[in-house]
Design a protein around this ligand. Structure first.
Ligand SMILES: *Cc1c(COP(=O)(O)O)cnc(C)c1O
Length: 369
């Protein structure tokens, strides 16, 4: 479809493919990689990325919700794991569309069992164990594990995996969680359960804690080139850039205001550019007085309150700037651009929030493959 706007998000698919291959290479042949593509592949566009990731070494795709899984299923036959819980009333879709569902209660397992039996199918599930994060999962207590064992024994459900999630506070708490997880696995295996996949490591843990890789890791941020690791290393590069063009230029006299409340006033006569993006595109409104964009290789401050669809930039440092000139909102960090890491620090959040909150409005443009 024709693109009718200058504000766009460009995605380098060769970076995505190379990041995925580098992660798989680091993991070696005994550890598979699940590509985490929840939240529309962290804003990058799941339908375009899914085949690239699967063709670059991913063994399965992991999402947060059933709707995200069904979106993938509407286009591809790839194995898809829903890492969150699905409402009781929707569990039949899991069976109908061969989605791998996370289960953390006997109650939901029995519902899935009944639906699968009725459809003469076998449902595929992963058990989630709560080792301390206290989000979802069977408690790692004796009672919790007994309940998990009852789930393993249901005839129309194949318990293909077991997993947990680390809080990543420090080495000590990580190890405690990992030990609880290993205990749970050992108990269930000693009772005759068999798990094809055991997994606990996310992007940070899969690099920093090789001892926690088991035979599957869940790589999210890392496949988009967003680095969070501290101890280990893997070569990845950011795939996403966010760009626009100057759409208007105003000449302000000293003391004149810009945007709501005139929260910024020109300290002297100033050329101010208008940029056609705002917080409805996912740009953080709290970057007021902090945001910068790059024009002609020069970092220029955003001035005034950021509006829903537009914002203004001080052009003092780029007197040559004209309407139609290219503006880098999120770059790769070179040539005075702010990368996702730098933007997240300015906005006092994390990298995943910056990319996953990018709205659908800016069109995604793919290149590189
Ligand atoms: C989102 C998510 C991941 C991926 O996290 P990253 O830090 O982006 O790698 C892994 N596991 C679970 C359960 C998640 O919800």
């Amino acid at each position: 479809m024709e693109i009718l706007r200058d504000t766009v998000i460009k995605i380098d698919l060769s970076a995505i493919a190379q990041n995925m291959r580098n992660i798989c290479q680091l993991m070696g042949k005994d550890t598979a990689v699940a590509a985490v593509v929840k939240a529309n592949a962290y804003g990058h566009g799941v339908l375009k990325l899914a085949p690239v990731l699967m063709n670059s070494g991913a063994s399965l795709l992991a999402v947060a919700t059933l709707e995200e899984a069904l979106e993938i299923r509407s286009c591809y036959p790839y194995p898809v794991l829903v890492m969150g819980l699905t409402p009781d009333s929707c569990l039949h879709y899991v069976i109908e569309h061969d989605i791998i569902q996370t289960v953390d209660s006997l109650h939901q397992a029995l519902l899935l069992e009944e639906i699968a039996a009725r459809q003469h199918k076998t449902g595929t599930i992963h058990l989630k164990i709560d080792t301390g994060f206290h989000r979802i999962g069977f408690p790692s207590s004796e009672n919790g594990l007994e309940e998990a064992l009852s789930v393993c024994r249901l005839p129309h459900l194949q318990t293909d995996g077991i997993f947990s999630h680390l809080a990543l506070l420090n080495d000590e708490t990580n190890q405690l969680q990992f030990d609880r997880f290993q205990n749970a696995v050992q108990f269930l295996e000693s009772e005759g359960c068999h798990f094809h996949y055991k997994h606990i490591a996310d992007s940070i843990a899969l690099v920093d804690y090789p001892q926690y890789r088991l035979n599957l890791v869940r790589a999210g941020a890392l496949i988009y080139g967003l680095r969070g690791f501290h101890k280990g290393y893997v070569s990845v590069r950011q795939a996403l850039t966010f760009e626009t063009k100057i759409c208007h230029i105003s000449s302000l006299k000293k003391g004149e205001g810009v945007s709501y409340d005139y929260a910024w006033r020109a300290p002297e006569d100033t050329r101010v550019g208008t940029l056609p993006f705002g917080y409805a595109d996912g740009y953080p409104r709290n970057l007021f007085q902090k945001g910068r964009v790059t024009i002609h290789g020069v970092s220029c401050p955003i001035v005034g309150v950021i509006c829903m669809d537009q914002c203004m930039v001080d052009l003092t440092l780029v007197p040559e700037a004209r309407i139609g000139d290219r503006v880098i909102i999120y770059g790769d960090g070179t040539e005075n651009t702010l990368d996702i890491q730098a933007v997240s620090q300015l906005a006092q959040t994390n990298k995943n929030e910056i990319v996953s909150r990018l709205s659908e409005r800016p069109r995604r443009i793919y290149y590189g493959l």
